[in-house]
Each structure stands twice: as structure tokens, then as C-alpha cells.
Ligand binder design. Structure first.
Ligand code: PTJ
Length: 251
């Protein structure tokens, strides 16, 4: 990896870029993952590279929804594996949820590499290497799923997901939580809860929220989910981008 000096004003962003590039070199991340990272970087820049108040509200609702879930499951793709493998394992452990490797540009070799990486980070349950079910409405490789994981889950966390799969999961009656820096994406608009934040910040924030809310009564968690309005949160995210941009040219 290229050594990035800590003093560089764009340190965090450049390190993330290096991690995804390293993911490609190690056979974890697809070449298309570099483009996805670039798109994410652009939206993060527009948001001011911070967790905005609307993202914090979405993160809290996501944590409540996950704590209420009977069968939560987390999807991991090549970008997620490159950027936050340890954080995904911590989150999965906090909720005793399986991590399912689920790829858009699927190759069995890449699935195995990602699964092995998650296990080496201490994951208790990693699936996806032997899919035994298909999600209706999707063409072949993207439809592959695993019973006991995403296929049977009532709540699914889908970071950096494609819009079709988000829609297909929602059509199966699942509650869907997305992490996606683009508030205008089909994924963000179709999910029940959309965390418009960089997964580098969103994953540890979500684990912290799960721990913090875990002592609440079910009725309090249900209240948080009931009061959450995803359309309003996406609208706020766009306003936060607008506010940040206007702030750049104040004087
Ligand atoms: O590993 P695979 O084969 O499953 O492929 C994974 C990618 C991400 C390449 C694939 O799912 C894909 O092409 O995704 P898209 O359609 O480019 O969507 C990715 C979304 O994630 C976009 O809306 C990006 O803005 C967003 N995004 C990218 N990087 C980040 C991000 N959101 C949060 N944090 C990021 N670091």
C-alpha cells in the first residue's frame, strides 16, 4: 500500500482509497469496486465527510430495528470486506447475526477469500459459500442466497448494495437497512432505513448504537422505529449537502 502521511489533509479519504485498491490486489474486491468507491468519495465530499444529524438518526433507527429483529443477517461484498472487515464482525457478534458474502460480480474464488478474511477477523458465522436458495426477480448470480441467512432473515443490512437486490429483498417482505452515501440512489430510496454515511463511520457507529440501545425495553425500541421516517431523512440528507455547499461560499 502507498504510505499516506498522517498530516495529509485528505488522510482518511486516501487511506480508504488505498484499502479498496489493496482489496482488488488481494482478490477481495472487484475492479468495479474502485468505481463504486470513487462515487462514494464524491458524495462523502459533498456531505462534508462527517456523520450528519440525519445519518445519526438513521443509525439509531437501524440499531433499534436490528435489536427487534428475530433473524437479522448482514450482507458483505468486496468493498465492505476491503474497508471494514473487523467492524462488520464486531457488529455481527453484538447481534449474534450471520455475515453472508453476497456478491454482485460473483466469483467463487472471491466469495471464499472474503469468507476466510471474515473468519480470520473472528467472525462466528460466515455463510454464502454454498448458496441454497434464490431471491425471486433477480437474474442468476445476484439472486443467490443462503437459508438461515439473508434468505430467511426478517431484517437485512445491505451496505453498498445495488438497487435491484434491495427492491427484491423488500418485495420478499424483509425490512431492509442500507448504508449508502448516495441519498438519491434506488437503494437508499427503497430501503426502510437508509444510513447516508461512509461505511467507515457508519459501521462502528451502528455497533455503538446497538450496544447503547440494548438495555431498552422492546416498547421503547418499537417507538424509535415507529417514529422514524426514511423519506424525511433522505430529504434532510439532501438539505445537509446543500447547506454544506452553501457554507463553502459564505464570504
Ligand atoms: O463486490 P461486489 O461484486 O458485490 O460489488 C460491489 C459493488 C459496490 C462494486 C457493487 O455492489 C456496485 O457496483 O455497487 P454500486 O451500484 O456502484 O453502488 C454502490 C453504492 O455505494 C453507491 O451509491 C455509492 O455511492 C455507495 N458507496 C460507495 N462507497 C461507499 C458507499 N457508501 C458508503 N460508504 C462507502 N465507502
Amino acid at each position: 500500500m502507498t504510505e499516506i502521511p498522517k498530516s495529509h489533509p485528505r488522510y482518511a479519504s486516501l487511506v480508504a482509497r488505498e484499502r479498496v485498491a489493496e482489496g482488488v490486489r488481494k482478490g477481495l474486491t472487484s475492479i468495479q469496486g474502485l468505481i463504486a468507491q470513487g462515487r462514494g468519495e464524491c458524495f462523502d465530499y459533498l456531505l462534508g465527510e462527517r456523520t450528519t444529524p440525519s445519518a445519526a438518526a438513521a443509525t439509531q433507527a437501524a440499531a433499534a430495528m436490528l435489536l427487534l429483529a428475530e433473524r437479522p443477517a448482514f450482507s458483505v461484498n468486496g468493498n465492505v470486506a476491503a474497508l471494514v472487515p473487523e467492524e462488520m464482525v464486531k457488529l455481527a457478534c453484538a447481534l449474534a447475526a450471520p455475515l453472508e458474502v453476497n456478491l454482485f460480480h460473483r466469483s467463487e474464488e472471491r466469495v471464499k477469500r472474503i469468507a476466510d478474511l471474515l473468519r480470520s477477523c473472528g467472525a462466528e458465522r460466515v455463510i454464502g459459500e454454498n448458496p441454497d436458495a434464490t431471491i425471486e426477480g433477480l437474474d442468476h448470480a445476484r439472486a443467490l442466497a443462503t437459508r438461515g441467512g439473508i434468505y430467511d432473515a426478517d431484517v437485512v443490512l445491505i451496505p453498498l448494495e445495488d438497487g435491484d437486490r434491495c427492491e427484491a429483498l423488500a418485495a420478499m417482505g424483509k425490512k431492509v437497512i442500507a448504508i449508502d452515501l448516495n441519498p438519491l440512489s434506488r437503494t437508499a430510496r427503497r430501503a426502510n432505513v437508509s444510513i447516508v454515511d461512509n461505511i467507515l463511520r457508519a459501521a462502528p457507529n451502528l455497533t455503538a448504537q446497538v450496544r447503547q440501545l440494548s438495555s431498552l425495553q422492546r416498547s421503547d425500541l418499537e417507538g424509535i422505529v415507529r417514529d422514524y421516517d426514511n423519506e424525511n431523512v433522505l430529504h434532510r440528507a439532501v438539505q445537509e449537502i446543500k447547506g454544506h455547499l452553501e457554507g463553502q461560499f459564505k464570504d
